[in-house]
Design a binder for this molecule. Structure first.
Ligand SMILES: Cc1cc2nc3c(=O)[nH]c(=O)nc-3n(C[C@H](O)[C@H](O)[C@H](O)COP(=O)(O)OP(=O)(O)OC[C@H]3O[C@@H](n4cnc5c(N)ncnc54)[C@H](O)[C@@H]3O)c2cc1C
Length: 311
């Protein structure tokens, strides 16, 4: 990136920009090469300014939440990684005259803080997100969920900034939400979300505690990962198929198919994105050969993977 583009990005009000920033510092896998620019964005207006500037200089961008569902390439990204932060993490309860209520949360808010707020206000409708380590924006993009439910059940609408800089609310029905999938317009950045909530019951919070305890007992939460790598195929479990294919515990460099849960590939220390990707591809090809099932990636491959042929 040339000096004048750097200077221009650096000068945008409401942002903090680092150059040649390693994405391994911003992903839960702790892998990923350098992005030309890493832009912390503090307001929606600043986001609009950044997108306008990037469009003008012809630099591509992508958005990163907490980096908990991504595998960022070792090659990094020749473009700008936008990260919504401080200023875009507010949460507020809106009560209607009929007694119903909705909760509006900024895209940068962590799911943990969202649930803490819901608990303090005695609101139900989001507890199924318990233990998901992402942001509101990432959860909308991924239609995040657990065995208890998924975001689409509570999402009313999402506010986005579109690739042309326009700011608008999209109704949940416009997002084509299905199992760990959404169809946001290309280049759209989620800036806030509105959720339907109901009055909480005490049993609900006990259930949430049980789910968190279950996760702790069954998932390799102490090692860097992206959670489940694959979506479960209809009527089956990706982890069961990978285990039945004999791949549990398989290693590639510092990456390993978790001994605890075969749908998780963990960074045991010093893994590269390439190590992880090799294991992902091995799971896909082996499960396809053994069981004629095509595993769908839940993890998102970000950055430059141009030289990588799909398994
Ligand atoms: C230990 C662990 C456990 C997990 N358990 C679960 C689980 O139970 N259920 C589940 O669904 N997921 C789970 N995940 C995966 C992950 O936490 C979720 O997918 C989460 O919703 C991702 O949010 P994020 O902010 O980290 O998004 P990121 O990982 O940063 O991004 C994910 C995708 O969303 C896009 N994106 C992020 N923010 C925005 C935005 N504001 N606007 C537009 N696009 C955006 C990114 O470009 C990328 O394509 C787990 C991950 C880990 C590490």
């Amino acid at each position: 990136m040339n000096a004048s583009v750097r200077q221009r990005l650096h000068a945008i009000d409401g942002t903090t920009t680092a150059f040649d920033e390693l994405m391994s510092r911003h992903t839960t896998y702790k892998v990923g090469g350098p992005a030309s620019a890493y832009v912390d964005v503090h307001t929606v207006e600043a986001l609009q300014r950044v997108i306008a500037a990037l469009n003008q200089v012809g630099l591509p961008y992508l958005v990163l939440g907490n980096g908990s569902n991504v595998l960022f390439s070792d090659a990094g990204f020749r473009g700008a990684v936008l990260h919504l932060s401080r200023g875009l993490d507010a949460v507020a309860l809106q009560r209607q005259a009929d007694g119903s209520h909705t909760l509006v949360a900024g895209a940068a808010l962590s799911i943990t803080r969202l649930l803490r707020y819901a608990k303090s206000e005695e609101l139900a409708g989001l507890e199924f997100l318990g233990g998901v380590p992402g942001t509101v924006g990432g959860a909308v993009r991924m239609n995040a969920g657990t065995r208890l439910g998924e975001l689409s059940e509570s999402l009313v609408a999402a506010e986005v900034v579109l690739a042309d800089g326009a700011r608008t609310w999209l109704d949940a029905s416009q997002l084509d939400l299905s199992y760990r999938h959404s169809s946001l317009p290309a280049g759209a950045v989620v800036t806030a979300a509105r959720f339907r909530t109901t009055d909480a019951t005490p049993q609900m919070w006990t259930r949430l505690d049980e789910v968190l305890a279950y996760r702790k007992a069954t998932q390799p939460l102490t090692m860097p990962s992206c959670g489940s790598v694959f979506a479960n195929p209809p009527g089956d479990a990706a982890g069961r198929l990978i285990e039945a294919a004999g791949l549990k515990g398989r290693r590639s460099g510092g990456a390993q198919v978790s001994e605890q849960h075969a749908n998780w590939i963990v960074n045991t220390g010093g893994a590269t994105a390439t190590d992880v990707r090799r294991l992902i591809d091995l799971c896909v090809t082996t499960v396809r050969t053994r069981f004629a099932v095509d595993l769908r990636h839940e993890v998102r491959f970000l950055g430059d993977w141009a030289d990588w042929g799909d398994a």
